[in-house]
Design a protein around this ligand. Structure first.
Ligand code: NAD
Length: 299
């Protein structure tokens, strides 16, 4: 099966590599030369553009881009160039794994439907560790038969595949999850910072909370304090991982959705404001767990 993969960042790079290792004929593209070089060095075929990756004959296009406008420009065009949906053959399957607005997913899927192209939203959870290990969780929105066509690829990149509902439902599930993650990371950071000020050993405190009623994913896999967990972004200078600005984008999507449907999400709103403040002080590109720095500066 021939697969075009567009977006080879912290997540897309290892996901594309897993498809390549599984035997799919992957042609990949990213605007970043460094991201392309990294994958080329591991044997993945790199194309000169997204169009060159997808034409003339791919069976599936997978995208892993930062935000809604990147995905809409790729598939629908940006005014200066036509979108992929106008160029790829009817019958092609499109899997968009980026975290974007559900309304954007629906817009792209509708345009695909007009040309006989199946589009599913399949955002992921599990972080860069899950992307590398091929153990991501996929939250899929779209027709069940389209999910079945995508399953052989998703199974090579993830270990949990959920059908959330119709197109856009994957994105809605994803923003619910990430709103909770954003809140949990802030709560975990606050608790660790409080323990530190009181002279507790952060490793001991983290282990106590991990095995107690405060236990959560941040304490299990992604401790925000450097030195507590060897492989967490915190212990690698907050480089790589999941950027603060990407978390900010997801919390913005959650707030927009809550406003649209009349839901009350006060903690999500507060978390969004705290990540925004953190981003404004120059931490937008750092891993989101660096938000603990907000609680470490005691004046
Ligand atoms: P990233 O910033 O590391 O990678 C995005 C890549 O897209 C970059 O390499 C960039 O050059 C490329 N890109 C942008 N526009 C492009 C275009 N038009 N054509 C080709 N390439 C283009 O981001 P990431 O961490 O890999 O996240 C990607 C998506 O996955 C985001 O929507 C994010 O919210 C979501 N996500 C991230 C994580 C994580 O832990 N990092 C986890 C789950 C979901």
């Amino acid at each position: 099966m021939k697969v075009a993969f567009v977006g080879l960042g912290n997540m897309g790079g290892p996901m594309a590599l897993n498809l390549h290792k599984a035997g799919f004929q992957v042609r990949a593209f990213d605007l970043s030369i460094a991201a392309c070089d990294l994958l080329r060095g591991q044997g993945v075929c790199i194309a000169e553009s997204a169009t060159a990756a997808a034409l003339p004959d791919v069976d599936v296009v997978v995208s892993m881009l930062p935000a809604s406008h990147h995905v809409e420009a790729l598939y629908l065009g940006d005014g200066s160039a036509p979108g992929l949906l106008e160029m790829i053959a009817p019958g092609t399957l499109v899997i968009d794994s980026s975290t974007i607005a559900a309304s954007s997913s629906r817009k792209v899927a509708k345009a695909g439907e007009k040309r006989g192209i199946a589009v599913i939203d399949a955002p992921v959870s599990g972080g860069t560790g899950g992307a590398i290990a091929g153990t991501l969780t996929f939250m899929v929105g779209g027709h069940a038969s389209h999910l079945e066509r995508a399953r052989p690829l998703l199974e090579k990149m993830g270990s949990n595949i959920f059908h959330a509902g119709e197109v856009g439902a994957g994105q809605t599930a994803k923003i619910c999850n990430n709103m909770l993650l954003g809140v949990l990371m802030i709560g975990t950071s606050e608790a660790i910072a409080l323990g530190l000020v009181n002279g507790l050993d952060p490793k001991v405190l983290s282990e106590i909370m991990r095995r107690s009623s405060g236990g959560n994913w941040a304490l299990e896999k992604y401790n925000p304090l450097p030195g507590v967990m060897e492989n967490a972004p915190a212990s690698k200078g907050y480089v790589g991982g999941f950027g603060t600005d990407l978390m900010l984008k997801d919390l913005g999507l959650a707030q927009e959705n809550a406003a649209a449907v009349g839901a009350s999400t006060p903690l999500g709103g507060l978390a969004r404001n705290l990540y925004a403040a953190h981003s404004l002080t120059g931490h937008g590109a750092s891993d989101f767990s660096s938000v603990i720095k907000l609680f470490q500066n005691r004046s």
